[in-house]
Ligand binder design. Structure first.
Ligand code: IPE
Ligand code: IPE
Ligand code: MG
Length: 234
């Protein structure tokens, strides 16, 4: 079982368009799909789930869609956090939170504080997040602390990244048919197994998740070694 699954939830807009509905209807359906995937991950003993909800580039969308997405994010924070907490789920948000309204920032702080001791599943939402932003903010913190150039190495930098407390993703899933990373967890995906599916995010359910996990289980993770070395070690 992968310990950490990272997902780019893509295809909401196309899901809605196919039904002649406004794009936001797809985003609403997407929240429902996410609820199911969180539950499925908890049931399967996955310990970390990280999802890309809003990229630092998504501000480029039409103002109306951005506004509706912010409303949806706020509603989800208001309505879903209690249920996450009841289910022993720790909730976190990574990204540049200063881009959000005061109200959203406060809801995030409260939700993180409420759920901080939950250990069943850590559910992280990347919002106003970009992989390049993450690396740059880590470098800034490192320099602000006066770390000497000679002491800069991968472990030192990792400490300042948003996901420092979380193991790197084992399995990356992108729905919606696109085969790209779109500035998601650039540093952390170095050795992650990548899985792309044409399924649109609102249609992605527990069975689709199981297919992705089955694909993952068929992979041989070599981390630079040979297949023979990996097999003799296990
Ligand atoms: C992903 O679905 C959700 C967000 C980026 C917020 P899209 O809105 O990108 O859906 P498509 O790609 O247009 O179908
Ligand atoms: C990536 O999806 C970000 C999220 C799912 C939040 P996009 O739909 O914005 O990605 P691109 O623009 O097609 O690469
Ligand atoms: Mg998209």
């Amino acid at each position: 079982m992968p310990q950490h699954i990272a997902i780019i939830m893509d295809g909401n807009g196309r899901w809605a368009k196919r039904r002649l509905m406004p794009r936001v209807a797809g985003h609403r359906k997407g929240v429902e799909a996410l609820r199911g995937v969180i539950r499925a991950c908890a049931e399967r003993g996955v310990s970390h789930l990280t999802v890309f909800a809003f990229s630092s580039e998504n501000w480029r969308r039409p103002q109306e869609e951005v506004t509706l997405l912010m409303e949806l994010f706020m509603r989800a924070l208001e309505n879903e956090v209690a249920r996450l907490h009841e289910n022993g789920i720790r909730f976190r948000v990574i990204g540049d939170l200063t881009g959000f309204s005061e109200r959203i920032q406060a809801l995030i702080r409260d939700a993180e504080a409420l759920t901080r001791n939950n250990a069943r599943l850590t559910f992280t939402v990347a919002a106003n997040y970009g992989g390049r932003w993450d690396i740059v903010q880590a470098v800034k913190k490192l320099m602000a602390e006066g770390v000497a150039a000679d002491d800069v190495n991968e472990a030192a930098l990792t400490k300042y990244l948003s996901m420092s407390e979380v193991p790197e993703p084992d399995l990356f899933i992108r729905t919606g048919g696109e085969q790209r990373i779109s500035n998601f967890l650039l540093w952390q995906l170095a050795y992650t197994e990548l899985y792309f599916t044409d399924a649109l995010w609102p249609d992605f359910d527990a069975a689709a998740l199981d297919e992705a996990i089955a694909s993952y289980r068929n992979r041989e993770r070599r981390f630079g070694r040979t297949s023979e070395q990996v097999r003799s070690a296990s």
